[in-house]
Design a binder for this molecule. Sequence first.
Ligand code: HEC
Length: 354
Amino acid sequence: MNKHIKHHSITVAVVLGVLAVGAGAFVYSGLYNIGADDHHTKPVFAVLQTLRNRSIHVRSEDLKVPNLNDPPLILKGAGQYAAMCTGCHLAPGMKTSEIRPGLYPQPPNLSQTRVDPKDAFWVIKHGIKMSAMPAWGFSHDDPTIWSMVAFLQKLPDMTPAQYKDIVAKAPPDDDMDGGDGGHSHDHGGGMPQEAGQGHANTGSHERANAAPVAGTRLNMDGLKPHAVPQAEAVSNQLHQALQQGDRNAVLALLAPDATISEANVVQTREAYAAAHLGEDIAFLKHARVTTVSQGSVQQGNTAVVGSESEIRTTIKGKPVSLRSRELLNLKKIGNTWKIVAIHWQSSPLTEKAS
Ligand code: HEC
């Protein structure tokens, strides 16, 4: 090695050393804002985007794509998507969801963007680090992931009605079925009118509990009766207004940006007012509703109220009994509690309904 080069390598080593110490100091100083509400600068975002795209592409390019036009595969994917993905990636007719505004990077609206099948498979299976995108490969086998990919190819062309229709026909998502009877997208969700139609086919699912988002069952743990009487009063007013068919009273209880989740379909207040509200009212008109339990919990200016009711009615002349679960998220605005989110699930009432 000649002297010149040696001299250079020493300089390079010193510079690198200084940079490393500097980087260490920067990391430790806490100067970097890791908050998801503090967005990357354009150049940093561009670098991360390229890193992400290349990383995915290099790993997905040799994948063998099955026939994505296979109708049963697409149908299966519809059920999966409705059960696990709409909260972040939306669906036809959905404008936003409770979780989306706070996510950074923003999940793409997959009801409007078509993704490359190989890339999509890889991302769904492995997730994306430091983003909200989970690795679904831990809980789903490859054929199931391909079903989601197949469905995603069709989704951007679907109208809200077509979407609803395919989801209603889709087989339940029971990959996680470790005896829990389905965190599925079952049609058991929602308020009664959903249940009414959907329950023709819930025979196979003893405990048809629909999940509001990402496969969780409505969790009533930690709620205590009368803990937040004012918030519980709002829940009672909601039930009363629904039963009396008083649309305006129902809508008055909802915050402007409230979301309503029925059968895993998350709706905005406007979407609900335009469609399902009328159906819920029509259904409840002839139903007998008994509240079985109610509880609440407060945290600062937010509260959660959970309740369970039994609904008895007749559908096409046949008596039907349902167990309905409801979870309300409320927020204190001024002196009144407003509902910011409603989650409804219902299942046919059997002796062992839990
Ligand atoms: C908790 C929120 C969340 C859930 C739930 C979620 N995703 Fe994602 N997903 C994201 C985010 C955030 C990104 C973008 C990450 C990035 O670009 O760095 C993403 C990216 C993707 C992409 C890549 C899109 C593209 O343009 O390359 C696909 C495909 C995808 N998700 C599919 C799904 C499917 C299918 C499901 C349900 C099984 C799902 N996601 C559930 C948050 C979520």
